[in-house]
Design a protein around this ligand. Structure first.
Ligand code: ADP
Length: 542
């Protein structure tokens, strides 16, 4: 017997309809690429998105077509997503930090018909345009006054293009499982692979990811998504803020400490989210200028492991609660968040801080397990490491155009490529990427654990640990550190600092100082690059 409730398809454009009705006067504030701060309301976002949808339809874009965006977080980028999904087309976020050849590769693979692009990235696209045969038109996110001279095919300033529509248009209706968004993983090995989100998966994910125990967003919040919309849907915030009615503050191209601080204060931001490197820059700026955070209540941190020193600084020096999150493009992306459950809430402060450094627990809609190499379940004892596997309503079942073949195991679980422990309370801790784990004498050493402790050393700004070949042990850890400005920590002082905080046999065999650690397009330490750099390095113990 079927239930007798309405079929109300979970379509993304219903979110902006809702925001316009219930929170119509709430603001979306943007730092524009042109310079000034721009303000508009959710009512205006919806009206302009409807015009965009009408205009896209007039350009011949239809159900299932891909429209690329190469843009920072702004009101225009936000509007464009609703325009695109509102006619059943697919927003394809392109990460401008990828190598130009990779950008060309994914635009071709996606067969994007239109590219919507920020002024910042016009030169980048111009250099690639010859290699992008599927693109019929470029829409530049600006007005006529700021439009650059360009030979890009059918290029038009967004504002003019939009003004050609009157907005007398209705969203298209279709099945909630229809594709809505496309985002390629950064493909540190092999070609990038496209993750194809549906309306349903994005709606459910936005609700699950931003509940009270998650990246908490409420109607009276002001949210600054520093995490870009091209980095895994800005962790849902472009959907969940209008869904909850929160005010949005879009930072545009300026993500440095001073610019982020200015917006946090001037717009009275209560919640913000980004990768750890952004917070290192902000904290550094706060300290150097002896500043306080007067309105911020919570900061969401994920994308790579959040060093305990960042958690302690936010919570103890600035009174801001840290919500550590883990996830990946294939999971829409949020897979776990680290709120305190009642079973642990009474623990002493130092243990709470240690728990916050773990990646947290999975919300409803994410099933999680750890397995051994034979896909047998491993215990949730907080000690046993295993392959972290997930299933859920917002987890990929295959990649776009079938790249990579079958990606689920026989029970329908996706292997995240991460290695983790899960404790009896459900708190998961990433110990490594499977490909970065250091195998010493048949045992695994967690590079992330050592890195997290090393960045607590007073003279260390950033740390990375890689496995280096060793004749007796297969691999041994090498600790690579970037010193803080004006410091040059000695090898023994760094090793002494680790002493007693990690198992003896995890102790790095050497420490090397470098000016800079390379990062990937999504802000992670690029270990492949580091392994290349240190390919001919020999350990003193070898
Ligand atoms: P990529 O395209 O580089 O895979 P994602 O943003 O999808 O980009 O990266 C997902 C991966 O990032 C995860 O599988 C995990 O290894 C890492 N990651 C994300 N969040 C965290 C976190 N809080 N702690 C540790 N690692 C994390």
């Amino acid at each position: 017997m079927l239930g007798l409730m309405q079929d109300w398809p979970l379509l993304l454009h219903k979110i902006i309809d809702f925001a316009a009705v219930q929170h119509g006067g709430q603001e979306v504030v943007s730092r524009t690429i042109e310079g000034p701060i721009h303000r508009e309301t959710y009512r205006e976002v919806r009206a302009r998105a409807l015009k965009g949808a009408q205009r896209l339809a007039r350009d011949g874009i239809k159900l299932g077509d891909r429209v690329a965006t190469l843009a920072w977080n702004s009101h225009r980028h936000l509007e464009s997503w609703y325009s695109i999904v509102g006619i059943g087309a697919i927003y394809h976020t392109v990460n401008p930090r990828l190598f130009p050849d990779q950008i060309a590769w994914i635009v071709n693979h996606a067969e994007d018909r239109i590219v919507m692009v920020d002024l910042t990235f016009v030169p980048l696209v111009e250099a690639l345009a010859d290699k992008l045969p599927t693109v019929e038109r470029y829409i530049v996110f600006t007005d006529a006054a700021h439009m650059p001279q360009t030979k890009l095919k059918n290029a038009v300033p967004y504002e003019e293009w939009l003004a050609e529509a009157d907005g007398d248009f209705r969203w298209v209706e279709f099945d909630e499982r229809t594709a809505a968004g496309l985002c390629y993983t950064s493909g540190t090995t092999g070609n990038p692979k496209g993750v194809l989100y549906s309306h349903r998966s994005n709606v459910l994910h936005s609700m699950a990811a931003t509940g009270g125990d998650g990246l908490q967003v409420l109607a009276n919040d002001t949210v600054l998504p520093v995490v870009p919309m091209f980095h895994a849907n800005s962790w849902s915030l472009a959907f969940s803020c209008p869904m909850k009615g929160a005010k949005m503050v879009m930072p545009g191209a300026k993500l440095d400490g001073a610019s982020v601080y200015e917006l946090l204060e001037s717009e009275k931001v209560t919640f913000t989210a980004a990768v750890p490197t952004v917070w290192l820059m902000l904290l550094d700026y706060l300290r150097k200028n002896n500043l306080k955070l007067s309105t911020l209540k919570m900061v969401g941190i994920g994308g790579s492991a959040c060093p305990p020193a960042i958690i302690r600084a936010f919570e103890e020096d600035y009174g801001v609660e840290v919500r550590h999150a883990w996830g990946m493009t294939e999971m829409s992306p949020v897979g776990s968040t680290g709120a305190m459950k009642p079973a642990v809430a009474h623990l002493p402060r130092e243990q709470i801080l240690a728990l916050k450094a773990k990646q947290g627990w999975a919300p409803f809609g994410v099933e999680m397990k750890i397995t051994d190499d034979q896909n047998r379940d491993l215990p949730w004892d907080g000690v046993t490491f295993g392959h972290l596997k997930v299933a859920g309503f917002a987890v990929a079942k295959s990649y776009f155009k079938g790249e990579g073949g079958e990606i689920l195991d026989e029970n329908g679980f996706f292997d995240t490529g991460d290695v983790a422990t899960i404790d009896p309370n459900g708190y998961m801790q990433i110990t490594d990427r499977a490909k970065d784990v250091i195998k010493s004498g048949g045992e695994w050493i967690s590079s992330i654990d050592i890195e997290n402790i090393a960045v607590g050393h007073p003279d260390v700004a950033e740390a990375a640990v890689i496995g280096v070949r060793h004749p007796k042990w297969d691999e041994r850890p090498l600790l690579i550190v970037v010193p803080k400005e004006g410091k040059s920590p000695q090898r023994d002082s760094v090793l002494d600092f680790l002493n007693g905080k990690i198992a003896k046999w995890w102790m790095p065999d050497d420490v090397q100082l470098v000016k800079e650690i390379p990062h990937t397009a999504t802000g992670k330490i690029n270990k492949m690059k580091l392994r290349e750099t240190f390919a001919s390095y020999r350990l003193p113990t070898a």
